[in-house]
Design a protein around this ligand. Sequence first.
Ligand SMILES: [Zn+2]
Length: 138
Amino acid sequence: MPTLKHKFDINETVYVIRCRSKEVREPCPDCTTVSLDRNKFSCRGCASRGYIPHWVPDVWMIDGPYTIGQITIVKSRPREHYKALDEVRYMMHETGVVSGTNYNELDLVRGEERARKECARRQKIDDEKKALQESSST
Ligand SMILES: [Zn+2]
């Protein structure tokens, strides 16, 4: 059986690339399309807020530097229609070891300069996706 390798080691310094989401409010289709006094009637679709919140990826950013304190290798079994997605997760001294935030290996980068580049790369992909969606919806 092949052993799963981990890219980073205990006490290594890494940066985390993460995406901050923003809330987008979509008008509730149940109660904003009809004229309804929301003070008198309650809407189950939106809990009478008048909108439905969605969280969408917005800005990529860098956290850290962090020091790796724990490495967890998660092996998954392939299931019907799904292939096994093995994962290496890390916990940092700064954000809590044993109990704290888990970071996926795919989001960790060695060195601030490389972290910046990776951050910019992901932002560019997202921005291009957004531009495509906007141009296709108009
Ligand atoms: Zn509603």
